[in-house]
Design a protein around this ligand. Structure first.
Ligand SMILES: [Zn+2]
Length: 171
């Protein structure tokens, strides 16, 4: 009886270890297992720190999903670690990339308060995480021209060159 319980306990522990090992690779940035037929790299993002800009962050991700096919930005599931984390603070919008597709960015209230378009900001900062540098000064037709296009610029979409650059990086 006692040995039987112990045996079951040991077996249970081994099963847990096996499950933990099997589950570990899912945390990395890999193509979505439920969509094996597509070539898109899936990057998850966590907008839970974006405060009042949460919907703008989702909209900025959708801009990219509608613009390129080799990478997809997808909201992270609760309890999972995201490739990209998004925060809000009172500074200027800015991005920090640890490696392609991974890092974090800030939706800065300073730019929003000056009148810059929140979705353009979000798409621009996601653009940095997708490997694009600033192109400043630049026209409104360029997403990566950022604030240099002026406060009246509400274009949220990358131009052909910016789309092509992201496709190449994730192709
Ligand atoms: Zn920028």
């Amino acid at each position: 009886m006692f040995l039987g319980k112990l045996g079951r306990a040991v077996l249970g522990a081994l099963l847990l270890v096996t499950l933990a090992l099997a589950g570990a690779p899912a945390a990395t940035a890999a193509p979505a297992p439920e969509a094996p037929s597509t070539a898109a790299v899936v990057l998850t993002y966590d907008a839970s720190g974006a405060a009042e800009f949460t919907s703008a962050v989702h909209a900025g991700a959708q801009v990219w999903n509608a613009s390129v096919s080799n990478v997809e930005l997808r909201p992270v599931q609760s309890g999972q670690q995201a490739n990209i984390r998004v925060y809000a603070d009172n500074g200027w919008p800015r991005a920090y990339t640890s490696r392609l597709g991974n890092g974090y960015w800030y939706m800065g209230r300073q730019a929003v308060n000056e009148g810059y378009d929140t979705i353009r900001i979000a798409a621009h900062e996601f653009g940095h995480l997708l490997g694009l540098p600033d192109v400043k000064p630049g026209p409104c037709s360029s997403l990566m021209s950022g604030s240099s296009a002026g406060v009246s610029c509400t274009n949220r979409y990358p131009n052909a060159q910016e789309r092509a650059a992201v496709e190449r990086r994730f192709g």
